[in-house]
Design a protein around this ligand. Structure first.
Ligand code: DC
Length: 224
């Protein structure tokens, strides 16, 4: 039987990760963090001194890598060639280089195929840039949005929580810049799939947005 797939996209700090994780947990679906896969390959490139601008070498690197996920006490871990890299992939150096690695079409092609394969085995909630358009075009699609100021506030508070000093103005600038880069890039830019349900989260709590996504999904599944 075809697997059930919910794909979630949206701009930076719209609450994609938190929502996708919680929706997956509530529905007992697999949570597929596609960004983590791009991060894992970026980490490997950095560790093996592969130039992040060299598409051919990166393609070989990604083809030769095994990326998998495992659940440890309810927390999802990502494994790269069998090693847990869940923490390492969140380091600033990876943050800094991942958008360069994810720009390469050949890298994307291999990772998209790996993601589709996971989608053939599990009911899942997938999160990431091209999940609603390229990876799972037949999924139930949700586009989470929120106004710029609210997204900057969320990011500011998240960083403050981690002990990182910044300002709301700085975050507004940075997120506006990321929106621009994300929407204008050539390979799989951020865009609203035409049959996606838009959920504006500006005035919603996390719990409300999770419930809203599930409600929309269940309404649609009842109809189809
Ligand atoms: O969601 P994130 O910050 O972990 O994503 C890391 C990077 O990977 C970010 O630059 C966007 C990119 N990405 C992508 O190009 N395609 C995806 N499906 C997921 C993430």
């Amino acid at each position: 039987m075809a697997k059930k797939i919910i794909a979630i996209d949206g701009p930076a700090s719209s609450g994609k990760s938190t929502t996708a994780k919680l929706v997956a947990k509530k529905l007992n679906f697999f949570y597929l963090d596609t960004g983590a896969m791009y991060r894992a390959i970026t980490l490997k490139a950095l560790e093996e001194s592969v130039d992040v601008n060299d598409e051919k070498k990166l393609e070989k690197l990604v083809k030769d890598s095994v990326i998998s996920f495992k659940n440890e006490n309810g927390i999802q871990k990502i494994l790269l060639d069998g090693k847990d890299v869940s923490e390492k992939i969140r380091k600033p150096l990876v943050d800094y280089n991942v958008s360069l690695v994810s720009m390469h079409k050949k890298v994307r092609k291999v990772l998209v195929e790996k993601q589709k394969e996971i989608g053939r085995k599990h009911n899942l909630v997938a999160e990431g840039r091209d999940t609603t358009t390229v990876v799972f075009p037949h999924a139930f699609k949700v586009y989470l949005d929120a106004d710029l100021k609210e997204r900057a506030k969320r990011r500011f508070l998240e960083l403050k929580d981690k002990g990182i000093q910044t300002s709301l103005e700085e975050q507004m600038k940075e997120i506006a810049q990321r929106d621009k880069l994300d929407s204008e890039r050539e390979a799989s830019p951020l865009c609203l799939a035409k049959d996606a349900m838009v959920v504006d989260t500006t005035h919603l709590t996390i719990e409300e947005q999770v419930n809203r996504v599930i409600e929309l999904y269940e309404d649609t599944s009842r109809v189809s």
